[in-house]
Design a protein around this ligand. Structure first.
Ligand code: SF4
Ligand code: SF4
Length: 233
């Protein structure tokens, strides 16, 4: 079967070009990329590590949707591209420093945590703790079309992990860190939830953060504008 890969090299002209390759049937995308590299074109560049959906390093887009290459089974005519909203280094390898910096801005670490947690309490934050930082949700988020400052789905999900953690005493500080370029800028489209290979639901976590923000006196600035329109009628 034939698949197309968007190739990128910063020193070529043009730097981006679509290349078509014939690959055997019934392979995962990662196996197909390895086949191309071994049998057809040794210059093809991509990332992979664990080969079993644990490390998140092989995330790419297929026909516009984010997948882990090691888990996705290739279909005839698939079009493979690197992740969105990040700088491409070479072919399917991207620079993830910009999205990963958001973890720091969103204060995704303990601030004032006491010891001890029940099994029930642990379950409440289990799912968010499973994030493998594959960046698929970041790549799928339409807010980045217009706002690169947006903290984004995985950073906000991780903030919620600390807000929902029964041991964390400084929840307000976590919330204060995500009101600007954060929870109110999400348009709740659900793309992030749809593409997450770990079954994490960043959209719901953002809704939960909005609810916590309201408890601490924050209001949605977009709703304030909407309200004033309403009054004119
Ligand atoms: S739900 Fe929000 S964070 Fe998730 S992709 Fe949509 S806009 Fe981005
Ligand atoms: S929340 Fe899911 S999609 Fe987003 S980085 Fe983590 S594992 Fe990947």
């Amino acid at each position: 079967m034939k698949i197309k890969v968007r190739r990128y090299h910063p020193h070529f002209e043009p730097p981006s070009i679509d290349m078509e390759y014939e690959v055997p049937k019934d392979l995962t995308l990662l196996e197909s990329l390895e086949f191309i590299k071994k049998e057809k074109d040794r210059t093809l560049t991509f990332s992979s590590m664990c080969r079993s959906g644990v490390c998140g390093s092989c995330a790419v887009r297929v026909n516009g949707k984010e997948v882990l290459a090691c888990e996705y089974r290739v279909q005839e005519g698939d079009y493979i591209e690197p992740l969105n909203f990040v700088d491409c280094i070479r072919d399917l390898v991207v620079d993830l420093s910009r999205p990963l910096e958001k973890l720091k801005s969103a204060k995704t670490y303990p601030l004032a945590m006491h010891a001890g947690m029940s099994e029930e309490e642990e379950k409440l934050i289990e799912r968010q703790s499973d994030c493998i930082l594959c960046n698929s949700c970041y790549s799928s988020c339409p807010v980045y079309e217009t706002n690169f400052s947006f903290l984004g789905p995985f950073a906000l999900s991780r903030t919620y992990r600390y807000v929902a953690d029964s041991r964390e005493e400084d929840k307000k500080d976590h919330i204060d860190a995500v009101v600007t370029d954060g929870i109110w800028d999400c348009i709740l489209c659900g793309n992030c939830t749809e593409v997450c290979p770990q079954g994490i639901d960043p959209k719901n976590d953002i809704l939960m953060l909005q609810s916590w923000a309201a408890k601490f006196g924050h209001t949605n600035p977009h709703m304030a504008n909407f309200g004033s329109f309403g009054l004119e009628f």
